[in-house]
Design a protein around this ligand. Structure first.
Ligand code: ADE
Ligand code: ZN
Length: 322
């Protein structure tokens, strides 16, 4: 059973986290950077746990040093996504990894990504939108220039604002300045919560940052009242089951809360997060959901419809990908 050719809409990926290890090794070689410690002997990324994953991720990012590097990254990532039937993808992009949060530098990186995305759309029929993302463990002060980059470049390609990184650093409200700025500019919002934190982290994120979507959110399952609230308020969860299973944020596939959340009426979508880091693809996610929970075409159509409705894009784009 393979779902490779089924059309898919993916809302939660991290651009650098989609970089194949061979791509990063190639850049390191070109630039004579020694990052051999981040790879296993078989060439895959090597890390022990989530905190180490974040360190390895940032080490991989040190090879991405120019707009041209990001142009090549976007081309490689979209070719791979399209090969798994992805027709629309949203990806987190971080000015911190593109010139260190400087607006002028960010504009150059963004132009390179946009031209790569336009070419990939023409070549593979896949549409990419970017969500500017601050990095939680870089702290609230670093989130402010990130928000400035976001509001200054909000438009056709940059369509939302969010936060990734170490979830257990600080509280969501510490980042309210950046989220307020983005919201006041009219940007749709999402934030990682409930991947490592408990239901309280999801509830505080909704209350203090007023986001429409939650990245992961799976630990909400521990609080029945919160689950009912998510369902009542139409909050969309960007669920990444393969990532959760690989990082042991949840139990195995059969224990994954996606089915229970869906049964409770919560809007759930399916994404890969950082596919080469977690040995997954959108095909693998769909195959495992079919095998574990018996999902069939009607279920995948519903998931795609939920993702389409929650996508941070304009109605013209929505109509194009529907
Ligand atoms: N950055 C890249 N992947 C992430 C994840 N799964 N959670 C938080 N931050 C991330
Ligand atoms: Zn993520």
């Amino acid at each position: 059973m393979t779902h490779k050719t089924l059309p898919k809409i993916e809302l939660h990926t991290h651009l650098e986290g989609c970089a194949p290890p061979a791509f990063i090794r190639g850049l390191a070689k070109e630039k004579s950077l020694d990052i051999s410690g981040i790879f296993n002997p078989d060439g895959t990324y090597a890390y022990r746990d989530f905190d180490h994953f974040l360190q390895v991720y940032e080490a991989a990012c040190t090879t991405l040093q120019s707009p041209q590097d990001f142009y090549r990254l976007v081309k490689a990532v979209l070719e791979e996504s399209a090969s798994h039937g992805v027709v629309y993808q949203e990806t987190f992009v971080s000015p911190d990894f593109c010139g260190g949060g400087d607006l002028a530098a960010w504009r150059d990186y963004l132009a390179a990504m946009e031209s790569a995305a336009a070419e990939a759309e023409a070549e593979h029929g896949i549409t990419l939108k970017g969500i500017i993302t601050c990095i939680r463990h870089f702290g609230p002060d670093a989130a402010k220039p990130t928000a400035i980059c976001a509001v200054e470049t909000f438009g056709d390609f940059i369509t939302g604002f969010g936060m990734a990184g170490g979830e257990m650093v600080g509280r969501p409200g510490d980042y309210d300045y950046a989220f307020d700025m983005a919201r006041e500019a009219g940007m749709p919002l999402t934030c990682h919560a409930g991947e490592w934190g408990g239901p309280d982290m999801v509830a505080d994120t909704l209350r203090d940052l007023k986001v429409q979507r939650i990245g992961h959110g799976v630990n909400a399952i521990q609080d029945t009242n919160l689950v009912a609230e998510l369902a009542d308020n139409g909050v969309t969860l960007e669920v990444c089951p393969g990532s959760n299973v690989f990082l042991q944020a949840t139990g195995g596939w059969s224990d994954h809360p996606i089915q229970k959340l869906r049964d409770a009426g919560v809007k759930v979508t399916v994404s890969t997060d950082d596919p080469p880091f977690f040995a997954t693809t959108m095909t693998h996610e769909f195959d495992m959901l079919a095998r574990t929970f018996g999902w069939g075409d009607a279920d995948f159509n519903e998931i795609n419809q939920t993702a389409l409705e929650a996508a941070f894009c304009d109605d013209a784009t929505r109509a194009k990908i529907a």
